[in-house]
Design a protein around this ligand. Structure first.
Ligand SMILES: Nc1ncnc2c1ncn2[C@@H]1O[C@H](COP(=O)(O)OP(=O)(O)OP(=O)(O)O)[C@@H](O)[C@H]1O
Ligand SMILES: [Mg+2]
Length: 606
């Protein structure tokens, strides 16, 4: 796996593919700055040598060009030529600016696309444990807001920094060539303004971060209330929630006001400092003019260059302070990109999985828990049989299945799980999971159509297969009752399925893929006893040679299984067939009596 030891490594990785665009954009940014330097030169020449009579100090090429058209005298007769030169430079600069901007935009978009693609595919392959340890909201924030901060920094601020430095260097060189000491007067103020804006931008940055955090809190209140709108209504919590929102909103506003106050102060003082810089140029420039060391044209050019400097110099402080923000964002992405993705060992295989499943002395504790949830569990699930797991809430039923699917891995002393004698850690993960179908306890459906959801494991949609599976799972009637039938959209902008309908859709999903191992984790808990029975019978007829694992709280759901275990606090308490367990007169019997008390046989589904 690739590892990124430093922030620069990661940035360079993301930059592959967009580097050439940024290189071109910087080249053209440099050209723009250079062309911007020409106009003040033309003005100073016009004032001194065309309007005035002073001999000009121009580069050889330019001097020869002017001599060819008849010298300063000819320009006096045809001032349009000077105007045309200004226009030509302007057009050229505009062209360069256009190339600079398009290259920069292309670079930025290519860069940000690579960032998103890489992050998404990396996150897709991160282990389930990583996902359960990291909050979804935070991951999304990293992939959107942090990605944008970095994009802005690379495409705007870094280029800006480059342009600013070029601009300052060029302007100072041009000024220095006209009058060195007056140039120093302007240069003197640059560090003062940069340091001043740097200090302020750090302050602004801190205030901005607070605004950002409070904005996050405010939007999570909104998000929570929109998602949980039913709870808010049902419990009459509107007034309370409005109060909570208003309080946070006031708090958030106060931070904005504080931020704006700091910003206004910054701009006002910065204006004074800039004014001082202009004052220095005026003062030193006019003194030099009076002493005859600077021409009037030179003086005008000096003030133009100085004006060009003011904005970039102010920006320098901002760019530097933004750099620290981008640094934090890169670090947050580095955390994701450096998290180890799921990999297989070198010698993994793809053995047939329609074989006996064996748990041998399985002991397992979650990373953040102090005591194990499974203790010394040993069991055999014969191939092609139906195996029932009964147990109270939190007894470890789902955990057993997560371990079989390798969503969590057993520790070195945690025993082992084998299928047909092969340790599951020697089986290719992808292959293992493709062959174990799991109807999760809380099924998740994508915001797609019902037919797409049911046929999700198949690359090609086969409506007959989907309908057949839906019929077995007893969801066909409900689907047909929707106006769009199988094309009904599920999710936020579509229909909301009931808990039982969701479970049955998930069952149909599994029946379409027909894996050799099928797990139903409490999959019939949200359907009534009669439907439960109907589905069970239909499933039994259609599972064929698959090994079926049924997890349930309700005995009727799994009483027909070939073998049943009773799990209690992570340990197997009893096992056998339904009849054997009843005869044992233990926990199973007690649960059975409780569940059937007062219910006649037909209602209990027997
Ligand atoms: N990711 C996790 N991190 C820490 N503890 C967990 C995690 N998942 C489950 N647990 C704990 O492990 C125990 C067993 O959970 P499990 O989901 O296996 O129970 P279950 O038998 O499926 O219960 P239920 O019938 O309610 O679904 C519980 O005490 C639960 O709190
Ligand atoms: Mg469970």
């Amino acid at each position: 796996m690739q590892n990124y030891p430093t922030k620069t490594n990661l940035i360079l990785h993301f930059l592959s593919g967009s580097k050439r665009y940024f290189a071109l954009s910087m080249l053209f940014a440099g050209l723009v700055s250079l062309l911007d330097m020409v106009n003040p030169k033309i003005i100073s020449y016009t004032v001194d040598s065309v309007i005035g009579t002073k001999p000009a100090e121009l580069p050889g090429v330019v001097e020869r060009l002017i001599a060819n058209v008849g010298g300063a005298g000819a320009l006096r007769v045809h001032p349009i030529w000077i105007a045309s030169a200004v226009l030509a430079i302007g057009v050229l600069a505009a062209l360069c600016r256009y190339v600079f901007r398009t290259m920069n935009t292309r670079g930025a978009e290519t860069f940000v696309r690579k960032m998103r693609d890489d992050l998404f595919s990396h996150i897709m392959y991160l282990p389930y444990t990583w996902h359960s340890e990291n909050s979804t909201g935070d991951i999304i924030q990293r992939c959107t807001s942090d990605v944008n901060t970095i994009k802005r920094f690379i495409s705007e601020q870094l280029v800006q920094l480059f342009r600013t430095v070029i601009m300052i260097v060029l302007a100072l060189i041009f000024m220095g060539r006209i009058h060195f000491r007056v140039m120093l007067g302007s240069a003197l103020m640059i560090p003062v303004i940069v340091i001043y804006s740097l200090i302020f931008h750090v302050k602004i940055g801190t205030a901005f971060e607070k605004v950002d955090v409070e904005e996050g809190v405010l939007s999570s209140i909104v998000q929570e209330n929109l998602t949980g709108v039913r709870v808010v209504r049902a419990f009459g919590r509107e007034v309370y929630e409005r109060g909570r929102f208003e309080k946070q909103n006031t708090y958030y506003t106060s931070f904005w006001i504080r931020l704006m106050t700091i910003t206004s102060m910054y701009w006002s003082v910065a204006d004074i400092l800039t004014g001082l810089q202009i004052l220095f140029i005026m003062l030193f420039g006019s003194v030099a003019c009076i002493h005859g060391t600077l021409t009037v044209g030179g003086f005008i050019a000096m003030t133009s260059y100085n004006m060009m400097l003011i904005w970039p110099v102010r920006q320098l402080g901002r760019v530097i302070s933004e750099m620290s923000k981008a640094g934090i964002s890169i670090e947050r992405l580095r955390y994701i990109m450096n998290s180890a993705i799921e990999t297989d060992q070198d010698d993994v295989g793809e053995p047939p999985l329609d074989r006996d499943i064996e748990f041998e002395n399985v002991t397992f504790a979650y990373a953040n828990a102090s005591s194990p949830v499974l203790r010394n569990v040993s069991l055999t699930i014969p191939a092609g049989s139906t195996f029932g797991i009964l147990g109270g809430t939190g007894s470890g039923k789902s955990t057993l299945m997560y371990l079989l699917d390798r969503l969590y891995n057993l520790g070195p002393d945690g025993g082992r799980i084998t299928i047909g004698g092969a340790d599951i850690s020697d089986i290719k993960k992808d292959y293992l999971r493709r062959n174990i179908g799991m109807v999760l306890q809380e099924p998740f459906l994508f915001s797609r159509t019902l037919s797409e959801n049911i046929g999700i494991t198949k690359s090609e949609k086969n409506m007959d297969e989907i309908r057949r599976a839906a019929k077995i799972a007893s969801i066909d009637d409900a689907i047909e009752s929707f106006t769009s039938g199988y094309d009904t959209f599920v999710g936020e902008r579509g229909v909301t399925l009931s808990g039982g309908q969701k479970q049955r859709t998930a069952i149909a999903q599994m029946l379409v893929s027909k894996p050799p191992i099928m797990i139903f984790d409490d999959s019939l808990s949200a359907v009534d006893a009669e439907t439960d029975m109907k589905i069970r019978h239909a499933i039994q007829e259609s599972t064929g040679s698959s090994t079926v694992i049924l997890i349930a709280h309700r005995i009727t759901t799994l009483m027909n299984a070939d073998h049943i275990i009773v799990l209690d606090k992570g340990k197997i308490r009893e096992q056998g067939t339904h009849e054997e367990l009843l005869a044992q007169n233990g926990l199973y019997r007690r649960i059975y009596d409780l569940q059937t008390a007062g219910i006649d046989d037909s209602e209990a589904g027997i």
